[in-house]
Design a binder for this molecule. Structure first.
Ligand code: PMP
Length: 422
């Protein structure tokens, strides 16, 4: 008998039997309030009946049809339907299975289309674990360690992470853009830079929203040098932040959008979107793989789009996200161990720090575990894994947000003892 690899280490002892909406149920029948959503994937809730029905129907018709040989309805329909939600002008879509693969696709497209080698990314960014994507990832040494030599050509500029620098947003933004210009002058001249990859909200890097001035600054520089602006919306897309795409908050138009996670409610599916003109500069055959655009996953994605629209989930994410952020801030006021609370829509992070302002992953982890014991599942993020993040399904209700906040407050109190301020 073989056993689970040690790589499959879990943060909680929960063994799930089934899921329904924002809840997971273990084999003893215990209910867990899931504020992880499979890392932001099951946005329509676990096993939404419409998604289940669409997938079941497709399984009985066609499970897999490889797109280099044949085309099938779910793939064609999804490509067409995404036109309703994609930023204007990004009218060509290509599919893969995971976020990392879609990042690789965008990377190849950028290099092939421009003929330039360099890619600029931001400190604390996460783009995946395949070699190319890991080479663009700086949200923690664990994503690169023991894996070198990685891909050449990635250059890192600062992200306007105001709390980390101890500055206000405007100062952090000015610094980040100045350093970017310095990078162009020293390491990665514009004419050698293919693309700038940016997350509208740093995800794995600690739930740090970008801002309009910063992203507009990227757009301006991209235009000046003929560089592609690539929005990695793997975590922020599909309504997660309270707009369909995270970039919409900032009124900045990317040249390429990368999507995955919430796209198909849990079926493995990802994609990139660009203008047809740009996409036609990618070299056919060098992109994609056997399973990209799987028929069942595409059917689930079509149902996901229906559910998001019919149930007004983007607005719900904005409403409940604001409630979650505000409630988390009120809790943080009681506990000096939480140095900062930030986020956008249903991505909310609470960063734990020591009395002298250093990252405090131990207390963060203890609070996460205390919450799990009380039936609330949470995730960690940040370079030091000292930020506890909440990323529930977009179907979450106000009452469920309040339940989560109640458990969260109790959990932080339990691990910080009498250190609470009130
Ligand atoms: N980009 C971003 C912004 C992500 O958050 C993630 C996953 N956390 C990825 C890329 C990689 O996606 P996957 O794990 O599906 O490869």
């Amino acid at each position: 008998m073989s056993q689970l690899s040690p790589l499959l280490k879990q943060a909680t002892p929960v063994e799930v039997d089934y899921g329904e909406g924002v809840y997971l149920y273990d084999h003893s029948g215990r209910r867990h309030l899931d504020f992880t959503a499979g890392i932001g994937v099951t946005s329509t809730g676990h096993c939404h009946p419409k998604v289940v029905a669409a997938a079941q129907e497709q399984v009985g018709k066609l499970i897999h049809g490889q797109y280099t040989t044949v085309m099938h309805d779910p793939l064609r329909s999804l490509a067409e339907r995404l036109g309703d939600v994609l930023p204007p002008g990004l009218d060509s879509v290509f599919f893969a299975n995971s976020g990392s693969e879609a990042v690789e696709a965008a990377l190849r497209l950028a290099r092939q289309a421009t003929g330039r080698p360099n890619i600029i990314v931001f400190q604390g960014g996460f783009h995946g674990r395949t070699v190319g994507a890991a080479s663009l990832t700086t949200s923690g040494t664990r994503f690169r360690a023991g894996y070198a030599p990685l891909m050449d050509g990635g250059h890192v500029a600062p992200f306007p992470f105001a709390y980390r620098y101890g500055w206000d947003e405007a100062t952090a933004t000015r610094f980040a853009l100045q350093e970017l210009d310095y990078l162009f002058a020293t390491m990665s001249p514009g004419e050698e830079t293919a693309a700038i990859f940016v997350e509208p909200v740093l995800g794995e890097g600690g739930y740090v929203p970008a801002n309009r001035e910063f992203l507009a600054g990227l757009r301006e520089r991209a235009d000046k040098h003929g560089i592609l602006l690539v929005a990695d919306e793997v975590q922020t897309g599909f309504g997660r932040t309270g707009k369909f795409w995270g970039m919409e908050h900032f009124d900045v138009q990317p040249d390429v959008v990368i999507t995955a996670k919430g796209l198909a409610s849990g079926f493995p599916l990802s994609g990139i979107a660009a203008s047809t003109e740009l996409m036609s500069k990618a070299w056919p055959g060098s992109q994609g793989g056997t399973y990209g655009g799987n028929a069942v996953a595409c059917a689930a994605a079509l149902a996901t789009l229906d559910v998001i629209q019919e149930e007004g989930l983007v607005n719900n994410a904005a409403t409940q996200g604001a409630r979650l952020l505000e409630g988390s801030r009120q809790i943080a006021e009681k506990f000096p161990q939480i140095g900062d609370v930030r986020g956008l829509g249903l991505m909310v992070g609470s960063e734990f720090v020591t009395a002298d302002g250093r990252a405090d992953p131990d207390t963060a982890k203890a609070a996460q575990q205390a919450a799990a014991e009380r039936g609330l599942l949470l995730l960690m993020c940040g370079a030091w894994m000292n930020t506890v993040r909440m990323i529930p399904a977009l179907v979450v209700s106000g009452a469920q947000v309040d339940d989560a906040l109640g458990i969260w407050s109790e959990s932080v109190a339990a691990v910080t003892g009498d250190a609470a301020r009130s």
